[in-house]
Design a binder for this molecule. Structure first.
Ligand SMILES: C[S@@+](CC[C@H](N)C(=O)[O-])C[C@H]1O[C@@H](n2cnc3c(N)ncnc32)[C@H](O)[C@@H]1O
Length: 281
């Protein structure tokens, strides 16, 4: 049986899922978007709760407290991708528990600042508590949707995001907003789930598959087209293929009826993580 997937339905399924993850979170028991986990509160991609920061090339990730690293729900390392510089203003779309904001804050230093935007109240609460724990004075968390950013025009040097844009039911609008808030010459450095080829209909129409970062993965050609239509140039998308175990973990979270034992199932070759960069002229 399929579920209708309207924009409000998708937003509330996503908010509900990440609200539950935040409120049930206990340090050292958490996994995250594409991962196999016994925890009911898993989110989008770091599957191994014994090493929640393994997605990151940057060694600083391991120094953050468990309250932060345990809530790492991304599918890549936008911090390494962004090559941040001291003094920059950075915006994180869908900041979750704040991991990328805290890592970015160290890179931009006391003369720079970082704004994290998230639409889930319980997640924002965790991020704000984490900010106090980390002592990240140059980080601020704002409530809002990435399709309607609570950020002024042309004020941001670099936009980062980790496994969030795939959750949006209106990705072209997210890229238009990103373009609006970036300064001329500003950059986008995003890790996200995209697809290549059709996603099976049963998965596409499942709200829990949306919230689990699978159904919302947009075809990579359309994704690039949406970035381009927003006005960006120098667009680069590099695929980072996830292991079958990670995809299985995400499928497990979606629900038994969609789990497939067939290693030839198209889903294994269809949905993947990507490093995405683009520039506002
Ligand atoms: C998979 S988690 C990733 C969190 C964080 N980026 C990380 O790497 O740990 C997705 C986060 O994006 C937020 N989110 C999803 N869709 C959103 C939207 N349309 N607007 C704002 N926040 C959104 C969720 O509330 C959740 O905190």
């Amino acid at each position: 049986m399929t579920t209708p997937t309207t924009q409000p339905d998708i937003r509330s399924a996503v908010r509900e899922r990440y609200g539950k993850i935040a409120s049930e979170f206990k340090p050292k028991t958490q996994a995250s978007c594409c991962g196999p986990s016994a925890s009911a509160s898993s989110g989008c991609c770091s599957s191994d709760s014994s090493d929640p920061v393994r997605l990151y090339e940057t060694p600083e990730a391991a120094d953050l407290p468990d309250d932060v690293t345990g809530l790492s729900l991304g599918c890549g390392d936008p911090i390494t991708l962004a090559s941040l510089q001291p003094g920059q203003t950075v915006l994180d779309l869908g900041s979750g528990g704040g991991i990328d904001c805290f890592l970015a804050a160290r890179k931009v230093g006391p003369t720079g600042r970082v704004i994290g935007v998230d639409m889930t109240p319980a997640m924002l609460e965790k991020a704000r508590t984490n900010k106090e724990k980390v002592g990240a004075e140059n980080v601020e968390f704002r409530m809002g949707e990435i399709e309607h950013l609570p950020v002024a025009d042309a004020t941001i040097d670099v936009i980062i995001s980790n496994c969030v844009i795939n959750l949006s039911p209106d990705k072209p609008q997210v890229f238009r907003e990103a373009f609006r808030v970036l300064k001329p010459g500003g950059r986008l450095a995003v890790s996200d789930m995209v697809s290549s080829g059709p996603i099976p209909e049963a998965i596409k129409s499942s709200l829990s598959a949306w919230a689990g970062c699978v159904a919302g993965a947009m075809d990579v050609t359309d994704y690039i087209g949406a970035i381009q239509s927003a006005g960006f140039t120098e667009i680069n998308v590099t695929p980072v293929y996830l292991s079958k175990e990670m995809i299985d973990g995400a499928l497990d979270q979606i629900g038994g009826q969609l789990v497939t034992d067939n290693p030839e199932d198209p889903i294994y070759k269809t949905v993947f993580s990507a490093k995405v960069t683009a520039q506002k002229p």
